[in-house]
Every structure is written in C-alpha cells, then in structure tokens.
Design a binder for this molecule. Structure first.
Ligand SMILES: C[S@@+](CC[C@H](N)C(=O)[O-])C[C@H]1O[C@@H](n2cnc3c(N)ncnc32)[C@H](O)[C@@H]1O
Length: 174
C-alpha cells in the first residue's frame, strides 16, 4: 500500500478551546492513559499530560507534524509522560487506553470503529470532535460555540463509553 493511501483524514487542528472541552467532557484523570489517533501537532496530548496529569500517546502519520509535536513535548519537558508515535493508527495497540480522541471524518470513524470495539477495555471513553460514530449511542453530546457573539464557529463533541457490563452492550455504548 502506498503511504498516501493510509491517510483517512486531512490535517485540520482542533482549536485549544475545543481540546480543553473534550478533555473535561471525557473526565480524564491523573495517571490515566490518553490516546489521540491522528494527533497532528501534539496540542491534545500536551494538554492531556500538562493540565490533566495523564500519560498521553499521540499517533500521527505525517512526519512533519510528528517533528513539530516532539519539539513541543521537549519544550514542555513532558518526555516522561507524552509519547508521539509516527505510525498508521491501525497498527497501534489500544488496550491500555482510558480515553481516545478522534478528529477524523464520519467515514474514517467507520473504519476505526471495529478496532475500537475489538481492542478497548471496559470503561474506555471515546470522544469524537464533530463526527459521530454511526451505530454507537453517545453518553453525552456537547455543542458549543467558540465565539458566542458571532455565533460561530461551532463544534460538537460526542462522548461514548464502553459499557461496563458485557460485550453484548458494545454496539450500544461502544
Ligand atoms: C483532523 S486532523 C486532527 C489533528 C488533532 N487530533 C487535532 O484534533 O488537532 C487528523 C489527523 O489524522 C492524521 N491521520 C490521518 N490518517 C492517519 C492514519 N492512518 N494514522 C495516523 N494518523 C493519521 C492526519 O495526518 C491529521 O494530522
């Protein structure tokens, strides 16, 4: 497969305000493991580690973005708590994740969905920016506007949680 065929979404950064809302919504706690699948310039993983005390893993295919993210990790002295992996997200093991963030597209979410269902543990939360995961029932949907005076840009965050009970609930909650 050619490298470009691995890309399932273009680079569009989540504004820091959205990232913070996403981390609050997911109730990320100190010591938990946070993943961003398609982590761009590393803004999410740095905030997750620096402000929420998580251990954070960013997975990103684009080398230029990986270099930028690594630069920020060193700048904030977060080498012990943030890992940036230059890889295809489909090759990364998600079994340790407590919270997984996606800012992809609806069709890309559809591709990642079976991996999330197969690899995540009970209680894992998944937050998706702007694109729902079709077939899963969100626990919360949060709409907010970056600039209420202007009335735009607006964003939607979808929070999903893997059912605590049994695998039969997977299709309902995650
Ligand atoms: C919309 S951006 C989101 C960036 C970041 N998560 C944020 O919210 O600011 C999607 C990112 O996914 C990356 N990406 C696309 N396909 C990928 C894949 N198969 N494996 C890893 N990263 C991928 C893109 O390069 C891009 O940086």
């Amino acid at each position: 497969m050619e490298a470009y065929e691995l890309f399932i979404a273009p680079y569009v950064p989540s504004p820091p305000l959205v990232v913070r809302q996403m981390l609050v919504l997911s109730e990320l706690k100190p010591g938990e493991v946070f993943f961003d699948l398609g982590s761009g310039d590393g803004t999410t993983v740095i905030m997750a580690a620096k402000d929420f005390g998580a251990r954070a893993v960013g997975v990103e295919l684009r080398e230029d973005l990986v270099k930028k993210a690594l630069g920020s990790v060193y700048e904030h002295n977060l080498q012990n708590r943030v890992t940036i992996v230059n890889s295809d997200m489909f090759k990364v093991d998600l079994s340790s994740a407590d919270v997984i963030f996606l800012y992809l597209t609806t069709s890309a979410n559809e591709k990642v969905k079976p991996k999330l269902e197969a690899e995540t543990k009970k209680g894992t939360r998944v937050v998706s920016h702007d694109y729902e995961i079709v077939g899963w029932k969100p626990v919360k949907v949060k709409n907010f506007c970056e600039n209420p005076k202007l009335g735009y840009p607006s964003h939607t965050l979808y929070l999903y949680s893997k059912a605590e009970s049994s695998k039969s609930n997977l299709s309902l909650h995650l």
